[in-house]
Design a protein around this ligand. Sequence first.
Ligand code: USQ
Length: 382
Amino acid sequence: MRVLVLGADGYLGWATCMHFSARGHEVTAVDNYFRRNASKKLGCPPLIPTPGLLRRAKIWKETGGNAIRVLTGDITDYEFLLSVFGRCRPEVVIHYAEQPSAAYSMMHRNAAAFTLQNNLVGTLNLAYAVKETGAACHIVKLGTMGEYGTPGIDIEEGWLEIEHKGRKDKFLFPRQAGSIYHTSKIQDTDLLWFFARTWGLSVTDLMQGPVYGISTEEDGMFPDLMPNFNYDEVFGTVLNRFVVQAVAGHPLTVYGKGGQVRGYINIKDTLQCVYLSSMCPPGPGELRIFNQMTETFSVNELALMVEETGNKLGYGVKTEHVENPRVEQEEHYYNPKFTGLTDLGLKPHYLTGEVLDDMFRLVANYKERINRNTIFRGIRWR
Ligand code: USQ
């Protein structure tokens, strides 16, 4: 299958390229290096230094992998995206090419405007490219569990049947974002649902929770092939941050009461989910939504697990409840349904002491690169 990965240099992108390539698919990797450059500019580069995509593709090939085509550019530039389609004629597009950080989107007006412009125009361009090139192409789009917020009712997989005044219909599950970033993802979903209805596009929207993990099967623990792993307040996700904080001897930064519950997923399972979705596309005109997570935890539960593993390894881990810079519920009901991907064949890697132990050992190899100043600056949502 011809696979186009947009946003191939991000935390998930390169790992996805290798995952498909290792299974015999023809992969084209595209990125404009936004995240790599932004994290450098903000003084918070990834923990493990990784080369750019051209070099990674070369190393992948030298170590026995198939060729991966690399194209550098910005998908908000429509002419560029059309040229990418012309060269790779994709059968499936994995769309990660978005500003991925809630904290970044809340830094200031320009960051908020960039997030909306980048994420919405990128998604719009993708839909147009599929239509105008006539590609029989399935779009697999990374959404986020944060689109639903934390409602007081069970969260269904994308759709909700509503009975109103004696009549029934099915609608997108109500959404209430907690950041401009999450708002942009809601609007992406709306765009794709419009294009599915109107042009018959075939779309899978994967509502993913926070991802954790440093290494995947395909990188073989070879640092140059590992994901771009951020631990700073802007680009790091909470569990990855906690492990780095523990190794650095920084108290774990639980925001507020720590009762915030989210659906978490190991990066290895993200790859499985994207792969399984790609191998089994929905029909034309269908917007298929899966909740992409394997278990739920509160922030306090994560901190406790990290403390336990860290202390076994002799780190003397402490937790601190810092004033929450975000506007979010700190104690709430949370019961999402997430059976769709297991029905497709997902075999979850759950969060265990052993998984955390592996993360600690890997992070410890890069302890001297941890910049404590980037761990918490308190980007305020208010
Ligand atoms: N949190 C802390 N301490 C920290 C960092 C985070 O208590 O040092 C808390 C947050 O307040 C939040 C929870 O941990 O309640 C998750 O935060 P996060 O930073 O891991 O996740 P978030 O900002 O929501 O965004 C991340 C990814 C984003 C993805 C999203 C999935 O950056 O791309 O869409 O996870 S979800 O959270 O389900 O919306």
